[in-house]
Ligand binder design. Structure first.
Ligand code: DAH
Length: 338
């Protein structure tokens, strides 16, 4: 029988030869199992080493370890070589179309709010913020709304047990801002509002407004009209006209409602504007001296205008949406259009 040293060397020669010829990773793995596996050639030879005489043992032991290490190194090397070669077509077909991840879009309400705020920013307004949960004081009292005003009724307002309420309008932000800073003021406030309305095509219990407030010396109704007209032109186009109608709000005097000419029919009259040629946007007016008094502004020195606008209204006009409820259903078939 060949000496163990010879047998180890023969095993190494054969193993390295087989690895050189291996053409795929499975072949390399087979070689590895055959020579280095638990019952493989090399471990079997290791088991023979017990029979070796003490004089021969150092040489045999050294050969044994070298053999094992060299085969292992050659196996690793063969795996690496084949990995590099096989990778491009090992399960990856580079000609396949890429997997696309669906991209979301901005909700039409957010689009209108962002665009509107952008326009007012360019006109020098800064953005202010207030809480959705308001005090009666900020939502009503400080805005000169008498205790018996119908809008304060539980039928219109969601009250909390602690007396606070879900704000019915963004107007309380006017109060919060004026409480915090002396005049002049030029802010817009986009935000969510809540009312106990029965939902239908034009009403939702939860909707959005953008509030505006401008306080300075000698501000006039003409300034208000200029700002709203410029806004309408920027948002909806140069052809849009703005119309003011007398109205009443507790916090402005005089008060007015304002309309934009219908962009669907150009003011000729259609289904969207109910043949009137005009679309109601919201209310506005000159800040009532009683509101200035509530926040400690001197109404002899300062004057201002304020306005609110319904974001859903504008979104429905801009995107020709016929039912406000579509804006809240989160139906992707609807939302993907914007
Ligand atoms: N807050 C009013 C509403 O929700 C809209 C409004 C009217 C806001 C006149 C104003 C304003 O700032 O001056 O109906």
């Amino acid at each position: 029988m060949d000496s163990l040293v010879t047998q180890f060397e023969e095993a190494r020669r054969q193993a390295l030869e087989s690895l050189r010829q291996a053409e795929d990773r499975q072949a390399v793995e087979n070689v590895r199992i055959h020579y280095l596996g638990r019952k493989g050639v090399v471990p079997n030879l290791f088991r023979e080493m017990g029979k070796v005489s003490p004089e021969e043992r150092p040489l045999v032991g050294k050969t044994a370890n070298q053999t094992k290490n060299e085969i292992q190194a050659a196996v690793d090397e063969a795996f690496n070589r084949l990995a590099e070669k096989e990778e491009p077509d090992a399960g990856v077909d580079v000609t396949m179309p890429a997997r696309r991840h669906p991209l979301g879009t901005k909700h039409p309400i957010s689009q209108v709010m962002d665009d509107a705020v952008d326009i007012f920013r360019r006109m020098g307004f800064i953005v202010a913020d207030g809480p959705d949960l308001e005090t009666e004081y900020h939502n009503f009292d400080a805005l000169n709304t008498p205790a018996d005003h119908p809008s304060r009724d539980v039928q219109d307002t969601f009250y909390l047990p602690d007396g606070r309420l879900l704000r019915t309008q963004t107007s309380p932000v006017q109060i919060r801002v004026m409480e915090q800073q002396p005049p002049p003021v030029r802010i817009v406030c986009p935000g969510r509002c809540f009312r106990r309305d029965t939902p239908d095509a034009t009403h939702s219990m939860n909707f959005h407004q953008i509030e505006g407030l401008y306080v300075d010396r000698q501000v006039s109704l003409a300034d208000l009209k200029a700002a709203l007209t410029m806004f309408a032109h920027e948002l909806l186009g140069e052809d849009v006209k703005v119309r003011f109608r007398p109205h009443f709000f507790p916090f402005t005097e005089p008060s007015l409602e304002y309309d934009f000419s219908c962009i669907m029919c150009g003011g000729r009259g259609c289904r969207v504007c109910k043949n009137s040629g005009w679309l109601e946007i919201s209310g506005a007016g000159m800040v009532d001296p009683a509101v200035f008094q509530a926040v400690g502004y001197d109404s002899e020195e300062w004057s201002g205008y304020a306005f609110g606008m319904g974001v859903e209204r504008i979104a429905m006009i801009r995107y020709a949406v016929s039912d406000i409820r579509l804006l809240y259903e989160n139906d992707l078939r609807f939302l993907k259009q914007f």
